[in-house]
Design a protein. Structure first.
Length: 197
């Protein structure tokens, strides 16, 4: 008879499984990872993960939800510190790049992966929307303060595309890491010139 698990046991195992899954998904790609491999990574029977998650897609959604929330928390903390809209923008931009370089596996899983059945996971949708909102909040502040002119969502998408492009080049080994910050700063500055109020 299987032992009765406390809520703390369940939470602890789910966290361990998600940590292992993040590494394996990032290293091998979600398609190449099996539930058996995830179980072996934790030293448990092949059926054990099914006690905590429905299937591999369920685990992937949980891993990505955690990643989006961690990313959003990082940007929200950066946004909360400085006073001026420009300072907030600079702090959020730096937090974005730092997160990507300190957590490359998480970054790749949340931004470089398309999960076809994402609409089946409300927590994933919520976390993704939170992260995207965190990336454009500072742009809204710049528009409201009269620093930039235009649709904050569109401007935020342009800034994100520029930042993501440079970060992805670094993570793919196509651009030295020390060049990314200067490149991003230059691209954002050039775009901002055309968006001045």
């Amino acid at each position: 008879m299987p032992r009765v698990l406390s809520e703390a046991d369940v939470v602890e195992f789910r966290e361990r499984l998600c940590d292992a899954a993040e590494r394996l998904f990032a290293d091998k790609g979600p398609e190449a990872v099996t539930m058996r491999q995830l179980a072996a990574e934790l030293g448990v029977s092949p059926m054990t993960p099914y006690r905590y998650f429905k299937d591999k897609d369920d685990i992937l959604a949980a891993v990505r939800t955690i990643g989006f929330d961690r990313f959003a928390e990082t940007l929200e903390a950066a946004y909360a510190k400085p006073a001026s809209a420009r300072a907030k923008g600079a702090a959020v931009g730096e937090a974005y790049v730092t997160f990507a370089f300190e957590h490359p596996q998480t970054y790749k899983l949340i931004f470089d992966l398309n999960q076809p059945n994402a609409d089946q996971y409300p927590d994933l949708i919520r976390a993704s929307q939170r992260a995207h909102g965190s990336m454009s909040r500072y742009v809204r502040a710049l528009v409201e303060d009269g620093v930039l002119k235009g649709d904050p969502e569109e401007i935020g998408m342009m800034f994100w595309a520029a930042s993501h492009g440079a970060v992805s080049l670094v993570l793919a080994g196509k651009l030295p890491a020390d060049r990314a910050r200067a490149l991003i700063s230059g691209m954002i500055s050039a775009m901002s010139q055309g968006l001045r109020a």
